[in-house]
Design a protein around this ligand. Structure first.
Ligand code: S3P
Length: 186
């Protein structure tokens, strides 16, 4: 039986495939999919680039924190929550996610990310720096925080979505098994 015992939060750098993986995981577990960025856009009635430009990043981060909480508050059915690339950098968000679910970090190499995003204009942080060196530098700056936030780490380079879903669901099963053992033998 495909059962989820808590929420799954997908985190990681822009272009690591969080949205695609979230859709397929939600189908696999037959649970709702929630996307923090999509909800921010819906609430703000403007694209993320415009939010950054007119209200600034600090405002965006505040809305992002609120939306994360709304989408995974008590009583929400367990689901797959896809998070924007900067969300897991915040201690408060990390703590919130750890208390409510399993945090999965998706990784990809800077060259893969560059290839996937080079023609994309929707990421304000890469808008004026769309080059592989900059992506690598920003990734390095964030690496420690991402790892700190993660319960499971999945490498996505050279893997198709089906393989990723298999790998993730096996890792979740193993983790659930380990947690059950911990409960029986504290
Ligand atoms: C951001 C990533 C974006 C979006 C915003 C900021 C970041 O989401 O939340 O542009 O700080 O890395 P994706 O990771 O879905 O591109």
């Amino acid at each position: 039986m495909r059962e989820l015992s808590d929420h799954i939060f997908l985190i990681g750098f822009m272009g690591t495939g969080k949205s695609t993986v979230a859709k397929r995981l939600a189908e696999f577990y037959q649970v709702p999919r929630r996307d923090v960025d999509e909800e921010i856009v819906r609430k703000s009635k403007m694209p993320i680039v415009d939010i950054f430009q007119t209200q600034g990043e600090a405002h965006f981060r505040m809305v992002e924190r609120e939306v994360l909480k709304e989408l995974s508050k008590d009583g929400m059915p367990y689901g797959i929550i896809s998070c924007g690339g900067g969300l897991a950098l915040d201690d408060r968000n990390q703590k919130w996610m750890k208390e409510r679910g399993t945090v999965i970090l998706l990784l990809a190499s800077p060259s893969t990310i560059y290839r996937r995003l080079k023609d994309d204009k929707s990421r304000p942080l890469l808008k004026d720096h769309m080059d592989q060196n900059y992506i690598e530098q920003l990734m390095k700056e964030r690496e420690g925080r991402y790892h700190q936030a993660a319960d499971l780490i999945i490498h996505t380079d050279h893997k198709n979505v089906k393989d990723l879903i298999d790998e993730i669901q096996t890792a979740i099963k193993e983790r659930q098994g380990e947690q059950n053992v911990k409960e029986v033998l504290p």
